[in-house]
Design a protein around this ligand. Structure first.
Ligand code: BGC
Length: 250
């Protein structure tokens, strides 16, 4: 029998969950999506996650992402969710809301990185892989031969006097009404800085804008190969499920 797991991806606008085939990274059945409660307090989000698990009739362990730095199960930052998350023991909160079962809580980009590295665009890659999610901000994950170094926040690195995500998140392209080529110039600047410090073998570009990769990846001028993410909007769910299965618990 194929091994399955369950992942939940908590974002600023939606909370998405599903049963994952842990060998292929495909979802088994439908993805369940509920709106993120507003305000997105820890208690309200925990109730939404519990509702997804009820609807899915899932009884096993659950991996859950947050748009936060997570250390020792505790959220340390909160991007696009309620600031009450900061300092919340998210692992204990979700476990209580789910009847005391085993849960893992990790950063959203870390989950996407785990999934893309193992079963997506990086599955044949060796060495150091960096996944970046281009959205409202820039999320990051770095893996070496499949092992994650959790909670990197490269999107906040200062690049030529500005935070990387204030230069090259996809939200900046929209706000400044830039062409793909103009925006790719800023992405190249950010990737060049990252590669000069970290020397990755591969960058994987995730986030909604990776669907339009043919419009901007060819304009990039940095050295390291950049490939689009393969799992797209399921990467967080898949990575969360893999994390709880393999005992990754930052
Ligand atoms: C946050 C990261 C998060 C990323 C994507 C950034 O602004 O600092 O923790 O992974 O947004 O949600």
């Amino acid at each position: 029998m194929t091994k399955t797991g369950f992942g939940v991806d908590v974002g600023g606008s939606g909370v998405k969950g599903g049963v994952v085939n842990l060998e292929t990274g495909q979802l088994v059945g439908d993805r369940i999506k509920l709106l993120t409660p507003q305000p997105s307090t820890p208690e309200a989000v925990a109730e939404t996650v519990a509702e997804i698990i009820r609807q899915a009739e899932w009884n096993g362990p659950v991996g859950i992402t947050l748009p936060s730095v997570v250390t020792g199960g505790v959220a340390r930052s909160a991007a696009n969710i309620d600031k009450k998350w900061i300092g919340t023991d998210a692992r204990a909160l979700f476990s209580d809301a789910l009847g005391g079962r085993l849960v893992t809580v990790l950063n959203d980009a870390d989950a996407a990185g785990i999934a893309e590295d193992a079963l997506g665009a990086g599955k044949d890659a060796k060495g150091v892989v960096i996944l970046l999610t281009f959205g409202t901000g820039i999320g990051s994950a770095i893996l070496h031969n499949g092992v994650l170094l959790p909670n990197t926040e490269f999107g906040h690195m200062e690049v030529d006097g500005k935070e990387a995500e204030h230069r090259a998140a996809s939200s900046v392209k929209e706000k400044k009404d830039q062409s793909y080529k103009e925006w790719a110039g800023e992405v190249s600047r950010v990737l060049t800085r990252f590669e000069n410090l970290l020397w990755p073998d591969l960058f994987i570009a995730g986030g909604g804008i990776s669907r339009k990769n043919e419009k901007w990846i060819p304009h990039l001028t940095n050295r390291t190969p950049v490939v689009p993410a393969a799992l797209l909007n399921t990467a967080g769910i898949v990575g969360a499920a893999l994390a709880v299965e393999t005992g990754i618990a930052p």
